[in-house]
Design a protein around this ligand. Sequence first.
Ligand SMILES: [Zn+2]
Length: 250
Amino acid sequence: MSSQKPGWSRRRLLHSAPALLAGGSVLSAQTPAPGTRAPIIIPPAPVAMREQKLLQTIPIPKQSGRGVIVLRNQRVKVINPRGKQVGDLFAFAQYSAEEFIAPAFTMTRNRNIYLQVGKGLMSNYGNPLLVLEEDTSGRNDLLYPACSGAQKPGIPASIPNCRDNMQAALRAINFPVPNHPEIVHPHNLFQNSPVIDLDGNIEVREPIAKAGDYVVLRALENVCVVVTACSSPSVVNGKEPKELLMEVYG
Ligand SMILES: [Zn+2]
């Protein structure tokens, strides 16, 4: 059916159930051949960012997280004010904390282990929830989980961690916390941990992000976006955890 748009979700499939029950094929135009998957098509932006207004400025103090509801086609800019700081990015579908962007889906659907401009950030249900529109440092990581007090080796339980900070940020805006936060993995903005050889070895390096580097993401659904300024005092944050800044445009 030509009206079937990419980015459909379970809700839209449920809405299509009567047609399916009646013998109709709501996915006929885009139903992939057996053994293949439909391509991910990112809807074009109806409005350029320069035509949007700055709606909110949200400082993210070091070793903490902040959350905000972002409506479809609004944009989030995550800024690295001092450089060399990782931001763990989480995003949940507004209707359910159990649908969230999941790096394994992003990597495998985009066939790349890095985030790329123009590509979707995919949910654990296979829906693109965000699209990366700008990335001035061009370096990020999709392999690492959020730091947590229980992670070994990891940061000590005595200092804040991204997994706890993500949940605190959700509670602070009265958004439900997912049932299993330990399986909600971040898209790690500005993290520099490349695969260094064909054996798949990974090296954690200092971020290449300079002061003022930023990323811009556009929401493809109404989402709750959380960014945590990673707390680790290790090389991953240039050995000094620092603040980040989030701006919402719409
Ligand atoms: Zn962290």
